[in-house]
Design a protein. Sequence first.
Lengths: 248, 497
Amino acid sequence: MSLLRVEDLHVEVDAKPILAGIDLEVRAGEVHAVMGPNGSGKSTLANVLAGRPGYDVTRGCVTVDGEDVTGLEPEERSLRGLFLAFQYPIEIPGVSNMEFLKAAVDAHALGRGEDPPSAVEFVKRARAAASRLALNPDFLKRGVNDGFSGGEKKRNEILQMLILEPRLAVLDETDSGLDIDALGVVADGINAFRDVGNAVILVTHYQRLLNYVVPDHVHVLANGRIVRSGDASLALELEERGYGWLDA
Amino acid sequence: MSEQSNELADLVGAEHAATGREYTAGFVTEIETDTLPPGLDENVVRAISGKKEEPAWMTEWRLDAFGRWQRMRTPRWAHVQFPDIDFQAISYFSAPKGDAPKSLDEVDPELLRTYEKLGIPLHERARLAGVETAAEDAPQVAVDAVFDSVSVATTFKERLAEAGVVFCSMSEAIREHPELVRKYLGSVVPKPDNFYAALNSAVFSDGSFVYVPKNTRCPMELSTYFRINAENTGQFERTLIIADEGAYVSYLEGCTAPMRDDNQLHAAVVELVALADAEIKYSTVQNWYPGDEQGNGGIYNFVTKRGACLGERSKISWTQVETGSAITWKYPSVVLRGADSVGEFYSVALTRNFQQADTGTKMTHIGPRTKSTIVSKGISAGRSQNSYRGRVRMNPGAKGARNYTQCDSLLIGDACGAHTFPYIESKLPSAVVEHEATTSKVSDEQLFLCQQRGIEPERAVAMIVNGFCRDVFRTLPMEFAVEAAKLLEVSLEGAVG
Ligand SMILES: Nc1ncnc2c1ncn2[C@@H]1O[C@H](COP(=O)(O)OP(=O)(O)OP(=O)(O)O)[C@@H](O)[C@H]1O
Ligand SMILES: [Mg+2]
C-alpha cells in the first residue's frame, strides 16, 4: 500500500486557485523530488499536506497509510507521521529548542499510548541529533530559531525530523541557503533518516542536493499541476535546460 | 488567514469560562455568618471597630479616614471601564459566627475543609499544595488565613515567636502591639492617599501583621491566604510588614473567591517598611474570580500597595502574578528614601475574556544611589484590555540613582488590547533611566509550527506564555513558581475539544 496518496487535489488560498489537480503516490522507502519554477505551488502542496489553516481543499483528497487525512488537524497529521520542514522556519523567542522538542516528543509518545521519555534520556537523544548535524549543544538551550542564521534554521528543521522520526518527511527547500559543508551535513542527516519504512519528499530548485540524496522519482510542478514526472535523470536534464522546454 | 486568528481568540476566550472548569476555586462555603447589613456611615465604621474590640485611638483613626473619604471622588484615570459602584449596597463586614478561635483545634471544620480544598494547609505538618514535586525537606510555610472580614487561623506562631518574629492578624496586632501599629499604620500609605485607600482606612477588617526584629532572618516563608466567601460583601484587608534593621522576610499572598454573577469589591492596603539593611520580598499570586465569558461578575481588585525603603541599603521586591479579577487596578510601589536602597517590581498580568487590568508600579527615588528595576509582562487574550502604567521619579536628592524598566506585552488573538503608560519624571542629570518595551503576538505561524510538530494549540499557547514570563517566575520562591506556571496554564485552558 502507498504511504501517501494525493488524488485530484485542488486547493484555493483566499478564493484564489493555486493547485489544480495534483496526483501523487509515494511508497515507503522512496525519495521523491518536487521541482518547478517560483510560484508554481510547491510550498502550497507541502503546506496543504500538513493541514495548514487557510489552504482550502476544494476537490480531491490526501490519504496517509490508506486513511483520509484531508479533514484532520495539523497536530493529528503530525501524530500520524507527517513532518514538514519549513521553507522559512519561524522563531519562537522565549521557548527553548529543548523545551519545544520535548513537548513535541511527549505529544508523539502520548499519541502512541507510550510514556514520554525521561528528561535524561531525551537530552541524550537531542544532543546526539545536534552533534550529527554539527550544531553546538548550546543551540538546544536557545529560543526556537531565535537569532539563528538562515542555515542554522534549516539544520534545526532536520534536527527536529531526526528526533521525531516521521513516516513521511516533506522538506521544503531545506537545501536553500546552506553553505557547501552544511549541505553535506544536512544530506547526511537525510540519508541517515531514510529507511524502508519511511519516505521523503524533497522540494528543491537545485541538483546539488540530489547528488547526495538520489531521488527515485522527480516531479515538475507548474501552474499548480504536475507537468512531468521521471526518474533522477529528469532533474539533471532540468539543471541543463531549465523549465522552458516543458510546455506547461 | 484571519479565520485562524479568530480560532485562536476563541481558544483562550470563550467556552471554557462557561463550563467553569478552569476556575476551581469558585465554590461557596456554607457557613453561618455574622454580617453587617449593607450600607456605610459613621455608625458602620464604629460597629466594625466595636466588633473588633478596638481601642479608642483606632476608632478615631478610622472615623478620620471616613470623613476624608466622604470628601473624595472615585478616580477615573485608569484605563478601565465599569459602572459606578454603589457603596451603600455593599456589606462591610462578614465573619463566620462565634468567638474567634484561640487555637487551630477550635477552627470550624467547615473552614478547615474550605482551605484544604483550596490546597492551603491550616495545620503545621504539611506544605503548600501543588508542590508534590518539591523535595521532602522543602521549607515549611506559615499561613494566615483571612476569610471574608476576619483572620480565622495563623499557623506556626510559636515557632516564629521563638525567632522573635511576630506574625498575626491585624486585629490581634492592634491589641498586642499597639506601639508598632500606631507608629507605622498609614505611614507608607496615608489615609487620604487615594479614594480606595481612604475607604480601606475607614472600614478595613483584617489582614496580616508581620514584624521581624533586628538582624533576624525570618525562619520560614510567611503567607496570607485571602478568601472572599460571603455574597454582596466587600473585602478590605490591611497588611503591614515591618522589617527592622538587618532583617529579612519573604511573604506571599494568595487570593480566591466563589463564582458569582455580581461584582464584588476588594480594596486592600498593603504597607511595607524596611529599615537599614533590611529586605522584604513580597510575592502575590492573585486568582480572584475573573467573571464569566460574557464579562458578568468577578472581583474588582482596587488595591494600594506600597513599600518604604527607609533605611540605607534596604531592599523591597514586589513580584506579582495576576490572573484573576474582573478589573485589576494596582501599582505596588517603592519609596526609596534610604541611600543605596533598592526597589524591584516583577509582574505578570494575564487578562482574557472581558477582564481589564491597569497595573504597574511607582518607583520614587529620594536617596542617593538608589536603584530600581521594573520588569512587566502583560498577556492579553479574548477581548481583554491590559495596561502597564508606571512612574519613575527622580527627586533632586537622588544623585546617581538608576532605574531600568522592561515592559513587554504579548497578544493572543485580534480582539484584545495592550497599552503602556510609562511616566518618567527626572530633572537630575546624574540619574539614569532606561526604558525598553516590546509588543509581540502569538502568531498563527508559531501555532502552526507547534501543531505541525504534534503539539496541541492549547499546550503551545501555554508554552509560549510561560517562556514569555520566565524572567518574572524566576523571582518567585521555587514552589510558588511552579504554582504560578500551573495557574497560567489553567487560566489559558481553552476550547479545543
Ligand atoms: N496566502 C496566499 N495568498 C495569496 N496567494 C498565495 C498565498 N500563498 C501562496 N500564494 C500564491 O500561490 C502561488 C504558489 O505559491 P507557492 O509558495 O506554493 O510557490 P512555490 O512553488 O513554493 O514557489 P517558490 O519556489 O518561490 O518557493 C504563488 O503565486 C503565490 O503567490
Ligand atoms: Mg516555496
